[in-house]
Design a protein around this ligand. Structure first.
Ligand code: NDP
Ligand code: OXD
Length: 310
């Protein structure tokens, strides 16, 4: 009987403690799920959230896989004690949530909604926004989330370009890669969405030089990771009008410290890392499928490439 240990904050476990054993039983897997491991050598699978204190994976010598509840694995991928296969979370709830956040915030800026929602002077300013087809969105990161967001925006007729590390072909999206591709994407964009993982290569990707490539007034949406953007450079670009607005969901330090200038900057919207949540109903199915695969000696889903860091 495979033993799975669920390492997370107690509130996370509350969402899974009935669901996970029920789904394992439904899949015909006779497994035991615990929240602690008195004998680490007996553990077959680790389910891991970054809220867990677990740092040393060395004693889990029999463990077949570490299954992350998060899509972003930057807090665990470089852990030298972790030698077991690491799988990240890709599930429909995360994807749908991210699509809704990205589409919602893109439409806010595209339609200029703020002018009408907050209009204390009752100004009748009848300027019509352009159509979405006249608005270029650059999607930096064309993985599970970026591709779904790019396709949703393209479905609304936005002119979407995608940028990724490797060369890609996605119907309806102009796909770019490499440094030249990044420059092309940024220079032409009205809205830039950053859905990249945090790795040594992506840290401060949007620095002063690259922010200077943007069209004046371009909008940035960052639901990826705080470290993708050089905060000082972004604040300077906002003050200079080079960037029209930044809607930020993720930060180098979370919760965002009360004295951080983002809170009070008139051209910044802060959302508290809520763009997409791992929802137990969908995520538990992904966990169970990976445990099933592990037991059947089949390849795991959503394996992290340690050398790339995502
Ligand atoms: P994926 O791993 O599926 O996709 C990552 C994308 O980034 C890929 O297209 C990859 O390129 C690209 N990429 C990585 N490194 C580089 C690089 N150096 N240069 C260019 N492109 C690069 O991740 P997901 O789409 O599932 O998630 C993306 C990120 O979103 C997560 O890592 C996490 O940080 C964040 N996230 C935020 C949430 C929130 O609530 N705010 C919720 C969930 C995730 P390639 O395709 O060539 O490999
Ligand atoms: C994730 C996140 O990576 O919530 O899953 O940011």
């Amino acid at each position: 009987m495979p033993l799975t240990v669920f390492f997370s904050a107690p509130a996370v476990w509350d969402e899974y403690h009935d669901l996970l054993p029920a789904l394992l039983a439904e899949a015909g897997i006779d497994a035991l799920v615990l929240t602690e491991a008195p004998d680490p050598e007996a553990v077959d699978y680790i389910i891991y959230a970054p809220s867990a204190p677990l740092q040393d994976f060395t004693p889990y010598i029999r463990c077949k896989a570490v299954l992350s509840l998060w899509a972003g694995v930057e807090r665990i991928v470089g852990n030298a004690t972790l030698t077991q296969p690491l799988c990240r979370m890709v599930d429909t709830g995360l994807t749908e949530g991210m699509v809704e956040w990205v589409v919602g915030h893109s439409l806010r800026h595209h339609l200029g909604m703020d002018r009408h929602i907050v209009n204390p002077g009752h100004v009748w300013e009848a300027t019509c926004p352009p159509l979405a087809r006249e608005r270029r969105v650059a999607m930096l990161g064309m993985g599970a989330l970026g591709t779904a967001c790019a396709q949703a925006l393209a479905g609304l007729n936005f002119d979407v370009v995608g940028w990724s590390r490797s060369e890609k072909s996605v119907p309806g999206i102009k796909c770019l890669h490499g440094e030249t591709g990044l420059e092309t994407a940024l220079r032409s964009a009205d809205i830039v969405v950053t859905l990249l993982p945090k790795t040594p290569e992506t840290e401060n990707l949007l620095d002063a030089q690259r922010l200077a490539w943007l069209k004046p007034g371009a909008v940035i949406l960052n639901p990826g990771r705080g470290a993708l953007i050089d905060d000082t450079a972004l604040l300077a670009a906002l003050d200079a009008g080079r960037v029209g607005h930044a809607t930020l969901d993720v930060f180098r330090v979370e919760p965002l410290p009360q004295d951080h200038p983002y809170w009070t900057h008139p051209k910044v919207t802060v959302t508290p890392h809520i763009a997409a949540d791992t929802r137990a109903t969908g995520a538990a199915k992904v966990l169970v499928e990976n445990i099933r695969r592990g037991e059947a000696a089949e390849p795991f889903l959503h394996l992290v490439d340690r050398t790339r860091g995502y």
